[in-house]
Structures are given as structure tokens and as C-alpha cells.
Design a protein around this ligand. Structure first.
Ligand code: EPU
Length: 302
């Protein structure tokens, strides 16, 4: 590995979907200094965390990307917790639980990294990552510098934040947690894990979490269920039989299979309810014409 980077990187096994081709070059910075240097030398490079919410094209992506999985330090000082963006949610949830700190129990069931979870304001079982966030240190690509943003400045709302609008890259997050007994915290985490086990596919069945965001005041899962999505499949991927807003990769599916299935789900809901579901899954790739056409509709790309 040269400069913490690997060329022609086969990404498939690193993704939760177990789908994806070769990436031109992947950088693995270990701290903010290394990260900033890579950004300085590679303007507009895309950044990803644990690839648990990202569909990467089976036709690959010829450009460079950064994966933040090696930026993974955690500092706990009293009720204050500072975590790097690449820390995995379940690891942070476990570490703070052992210290009797509450607020991040929902993370136990999400495979994502802290950076990705802040970017999309991940939430589950009445907790959101923004609830106990005080500051996030982000890289601002417009001004090419690292800045600290307060929770208010980050404009959190359901499955979104200012980071998405301005392409801010979350590097480090400070949380203020509440003291509770270890037993109380562990039992909340057990509750979350059992919800997940009963309502969502395990990662042993490769998937990327919820496919579409819930439209305001409604549920994507309910809408999709009502149009019979649970019987839908394309190639090696299908809608999960127990929750209509999950796609599972059961038979070595491709990114085109996933996009085509998303298109079927989107179109049926649009035709029946005149609601345009918005994908929660992030897509990376532009090497295939069919995929580009599907993205124009699903992601409103040009
Ligand atoms: N429903 C159906 N049919 C289905 C699926 C769901 O009728 O096939 C109904 C359920 O009965 C329920 C409603 O839809 O009344 C909502 O379903 P659920 O409780 O499973 O929650 P969700 O809205 O689908 C959201 C998040 C999940 C999070 C859970 C738990 C979104 C898009 N998803 O799911 O987040 O874990 O709540 O709080 O907001 C993720 O973002 O990847 C994710 C898994």
C-alpha cells in the first residue's frame, strides 16, 4: 500500500450489499491531517465510511475515493464522547454502554459508521444521532478547510443534514451523553436488537438498510407493501418478504438489478399514489448507460 492507498481496488466484499466493481484508487487516511492532505491533492474526491448505505456499480468507478474506516479513535471524558467518523456505530454503542452513558443505544443495530450516520441523521426506535450531538468537525470542500459546526448549524431533519446540501464531510463528532445504569442501557440495546431481528433482514442476507426514505407523514414500507412489492425481484436481488422497504441480495445480484428493482418499486408507488419515493441508498458509479438512465429518474441526476 502506497500513501495509504490501493489502486484498482475490488470493493465488493467491503460493502453491505456485497455488490460493486473496481475503484480507480482507494485512500485510507488514519487521522484528520492525512485526510486533509488527500483532499488537498485530490479535489472533489468522494468520501465513504462503512459502505453500509451505499450501492456501488458492478461496472466500477474509475475515479479515486476515500474510505474513513481507519479513522477510528474514541475518547470518553466523563459524559463527553469524541468519536472519529470511521468508528462503527455498534462499537461506539458498546463502549459508551460499559461506562453507563446513554443516548446512542439505537446504534447497536446499525452497521454504519459515525460519519455516515451524522451525514444522514440516522435514527431508530425514537433516538436520532443528532439528539445528543454537540459539535461535528467537518471538511468544507468549498473552502477546502476543516471547520467545527454546532448541532444548530448542522440543520438536522429526518434523514438529512446540512452536510448533504453542502457536501460537508463529517470527520469527528462530539456527543454529550446522559448517565444511566449499565443494566438500563443494555436492556434498551437488547430491545433495539430484538426489533431489528424481527423487522429487518440480518446482514447475513446482504442488504443496505431501508431503500427509500419515508415520505412525510407516511411509511415507504407500508406503501410498497400495498402495491405488492414483497413479490418483486430482478435478477439476483429481491424485496425482502418481511418488510417491503428492504432489498436483499440473495443470488449474486448486480447494481443494475438493484436499480431496476428500485425503479419498479418507485414506479408502482408513483402510479398508484402519485408519491415519488426518494432513495435513502446512495449510489456510486457512472460507467453504464442503463444505470445512468435509471439514476436520472430515481436520483434526479442530469
Ligand atoms: N409496514 C408495512 N409493510 C411493510 C413494512 C412496514 O405495512 O412491509 C408498516 C409497519 O407495520 C409500520 C410502518 O410501516 O406500521 C413502519 O415500519 P417500521 O416500523 O418497520 O419502520 P420504518 O419506517 O420502515 C424506520 C427507519 C429504519 C429504522 C426503523 C425503526 C426509515 C426509512 N427507516 O423504518 O431505519 O430502523 O424505523 O425505528 O426511516 C434505515 O434507515 O436503514 C433503517 C433501517
Amino acid at each position: 500500500m502506497e500513501n495509504n492507498s490501493i489502486k484498482d481496488f475490488d470493493i465488493k466484499t467491503l460493502t453491505s450489499f456485497k455488490i460493486g466493481g473496481k475503484i480507480g484508487e482507494v485512500f485510507f487516511p488514519e487521522n484528520i491531517e492525512q485526510f486533509s492532505k488527500i483532499m488537498e491533492q485530490n479535489k472533489n474526491i468522494k468520501v465513504f465510511g462503512n459502505l453500509s448505505n451505499t450501492l456501488i456499480s458492478s461496472y466500477g468507478y474509475n475515479e479515486k475515493i476515500i474510505l474513513t474506516t481507519k479513522m477510528n479513535s474514541i475518547k470518553i471524558e466523563g459524559t463527553k464522547v469524541i468519536a472519529d467518523c470511521g468508528v462503527k456505530g455498534p462499537k461506539l454503542a458498546q463502549e459508551v454502554a460499559q461506562k453507563g452513558l446513554s443516548g446512542l443505544e439505537f446504534m447497536i443495530g446499525f452497521p454504519g459508521s459515525i460519519g455516515g450516520e451524522v451525514y444522514m441523521n440516522a435514527s431508530a426506535n425514537s433516538q436520532a444521532i443528532s439528539d445528543c450531538l454537540i459539535y461535528a468537525t467537518c471538511f468544507d470542500p468549498k473552502e477546502q478547510c476543516v471547520k467545527k459546526y454546532t448541532k444548530d448549524e448542522l440543520g438536522f431533519a429526518y434523514r438529512t443534514s446540512r452536510c448533504q446540501k453542502e457536501n460537508l464531510i463529517v470527520l469527528q463528532v462530539e456527543f454529550e451523553l446522559k448517565q444511566k445504569t449499565v443494566d438500563e442501557i443494555k436492556s434498551k440495546m437488547e430491545e433495539n436488537l430484538s426489533f431489528r431481528k424481527n423487522h429487518q433482514p440480518s446482514l447475513a442476507l446482504p442488504n443496505c438498510g431501508s431503500v427509500f426514505k419515508n415520505p412525510q407523514g407516511d411509511s415507504a414500507g407500508r406503501l410498497l407493501d400495498s402495491i405488492g412489492a414483497k413479490n418483486m425481484y430482478v435478477g439476483g436481488v429481491k424485496v425482502w418478504e418481511n418488510h417491503a422497504n428492504f432489498i436483499v441480495n440473495t443470488n449474486n445480484g448486480s447494481s443494475t438489478d438493484v436499480l431496476e428493482l428500485m425503479y419498479k418499486m418507485y414506479t408502482e408507488v408513483k402510479n398508484r399514489y402519485n408519491i415519488e419515493l426518494e432513495p435513502e441508498i446512495i449510489f456510486l458509479g457512472s460507467n453504464n448507460d442503463k444505470e445512468n438512465e435509471l439514476c436520472k429518474i430515481l436520483y434526479k441526476t442530469k
